[in-house]
Design a protein around this ligand. Structure first.
Ligand SMILES: [Zn+2]
Length: 119
């Protein structure tokens, strides 16, 4: 098997509705998104998945979040790491043929991340 990883970053503000603590105040993060894809085979030139296609797909999903207020995106729900990771995973599912989406990891700070995958 082959595992590929791409990443994207965006800056955004949010507040955690219903949270008892500082995270319920308006604040911002530089989010880092990692997408992991699996493939079984390579093509005639030795490529399993076109990284360019993966990056463009991730960029299409995340560019609307850059310099935004994440709570405005009702389709995400309360903008926790968990909800953002699941949203990105569900919108990355249509990968190039031969590739399977393994997981999405989202870093909210340099010391904390959340992964979403289907078991
Ligand atoms: Zn936060």
């Amino acid at each position: 098997m082959y595992r590929l990883r791409i990443e994207a970053k965006f800056d955004a503000a949010h507040k955690m509705e219903g949270y008892q603590g500082k995270c319920s105040n308006l604040h911002g993060h530089t989010y880092k998104i990692e997408v992991f894809a699996l493939a079984k085979n390579v093509d005639s030139i030795g490529i399993s998945v076109d990284k360019k296609v993966l990056k463009e797909t991730l960029q299409e999903i995340t560019e609307k979040f850059d310099h935004s207020f994440l709570n405005d995106f009702k389709e995400v729900g309360n903008p926790s790491m968990e909800n953002l990771a699941r949203y990105i995973f569900e919108n990355m599912k249509a990968l190039p043929s031969g590739a399977t989406l393994e997981k999405v990891r989202i870093w909210e700070t340099p010391t904390s991340w959340c992964e979403y995958f289907e078991s």
